[in-house]
Design a protein around this ligand. Structure first.
Ligand code: C5P
Length: 420
């Protein structure tokens, strides 16, 4: 089972110290935890403490450009299974309810497409204030799960509701929100969950592109191809099952996101290229997408009209960037770079030529004359400098699993990249 991921946003209140214990409990429970500290939160707990306990980088600023290259704020907000705000201060709740995004924490909360759980903590008068109660009701209406604050004596000397619940109670609410604890049952309670994972791709980061791209011509038309995305999605699923951290950059397809996979949807080749650059560094990149070779040179703002004269359509095409070839030449080239080739004739010759032209390590070639796009099976040949490895026709899921075994063997000799 892939461990569940928590993005923990820590607001600035005296109760922030309890977040430290919460991180410890979550890690012990097998969750992967990434912490975000607000500026006020930094006054109460240090990024260093949280980094040591979460064993992950701690994010504090929206304008940390280095982090933006490694992991954009959109990706950070979406890679988690659950976003937890603890403590959620009156100020943070107000900003969330108003949809403000003026720092990293609020931007992530606005950008996320994942469930959000908030544990408010504040002075009793602030909690009971009509404005706070209105904000809480708004957030509940927006689908945010709220944990009611505990009642008791407060740090400020007053008595009443407003205390942050104990970390164990917050963890219980998190378990409940996710339907389970973060780790497989047998491992729950082992503090060093990460080291106990013996799956072949554990600790590896793998980037996969999949599906077609759509290149707009005008507001109603686009250039596309017949790629279904099935093989790329099966590869992403197999990589996650094998323990890898998987980033799937998908063109427009009607497929569910495989469990444990971080998915970013794009439309055009240029958007795909930008997301690939954002996703680096990785141990391996598998470029399965059928990227459109051309896009409309100028996208018309209005629907292009025919004039009935029978004249040739005024459609000029511009070449799209070759994402695979570009990645092969980039300083951040992944140690293992894999391309796909769909050919209708002379499959192996074309694949060999493509290997050289693109500068990748392997080409996974398949004959699309015998095996039209969108089918359930594939017969592939893995072409590398070392020779050709031809596999029987197999379901796409089986091709994906076999490919993961081969990738794990290949990467075994290499040191994992240090992404954090
Ligand atoms: O050149 P061709 O489209 O046949 O190459 C296929 C391989 O190159 C696939 O791995 C595909 O994902 C990748 N590719 C790309 N960017 C393009 C065209 C193809 O990454 N613009």
């Amino acid at each position: 089972m892939v461990p569940k991921r928590i993005l923990l946003i820590i607001g600035g209140g005296i109760a922030a110290y309890k977040a430290i214990e919460l991180v410890r409990l979550l890690r012990k429970g097998g969750y992967v935890v990434r912490c975000v500290l607000t500026r006020a939160g930094e006054q109460f707990v240090t990024p260093l403490t949280l980094a040591a306990l979460s064993e992950n980088k701690v994010y504090t600023s929206l304008f940390d450009l280095k982090d933006e290259v490694e992991m954009g704020h959109i990706q950070l907000s979406r890679e988690a299974d659950l976003v937890v705000v603890a403590p959620a201060t009156a100020d943070l709740l107000a900003k969330m309810a108003a949809g403000m995004a003026d720092d990293l924490a609020t931007t992530l909360l606005l950008a996320t497409d994942k469930p959000v759980l908030a544990a408010p903590a504040m002075n009793v008068r602030m909690w009971l204030h009509a404005a706070t109660q209105r904000n809480v009701a708004t957030l509940r209406g927006d689908g945010v799960t709220m944990i009611d604050p505990d009642e008791g004596e407060m740090a400020c000397g007053e008595y009443g509701p407003g205390r942050l619940p104990e970390p164990a109670a917050i963890k219980n609410a998190i378990d409940k929100a996710l339907g389970a604890s973060g780790a497989p049952a047998a491992l729950t309670g082992q503090p060093d969950f990460a080291a106990a994972d013996h799956r072949p791709l554990h600790g590896r980061r793998i980037l996969i592109t999949a599906g077609p791209t759509h290149e707009p011509i005008d507001p109603v038309r686009y250039i596309a191809n017949r790629s279904s995305g099935k093989q790329g999605f099966a590869i992403a699923a197999a990589a996650a099952e094998a323990g890898a951290e998987v980033l799937l950059i998908a063109g427009p397809v009607a497929l569910p996101t495989p469990p444990g996979v971080i998915r970013v949807d794009v439309e055009t080749a240029r958007e795909m290229a930008a997301e690939v650059a954002q996703g680096l560094p990785v141990d391996a990149a598998i470029m399965v997408a059928a990227v459109a070779d051309w896009r409309a040179a100028d996208t018309a703002a209005q629907k292009i009209k025919k004039d009935g004269s029978g004249a040739i359509a005024p459609l000029a095409l511009a070449e799209n960037p070759d994402i695979l070839a570009g990645l092969a030449k980039s300083p951040a080239r992944p140690p293992l770079l894999i391309g796909f080739a769909a050919e209708t004739n002379d499959v192996l010759d074309h694949a060999q030529a493509k290997l050289d032209r693109k500068g990748c390590d392997w080409i996974v070639a398949n004959d699309v004359a015998a095996d039209p796009m969108g089918g359930e099976t594939n017969r592939v040949h893995i072409v590398s400098k070392g020779g050709v490895d031809s596999w029987d026709r197999l379901p796409k899921e089986a091709v994906a699993r076999k490919l993961m075994e081969k990738i794990a063997d290949e990467l075994d000799a290499r040191v994992p990249i240090d992404a954090d």
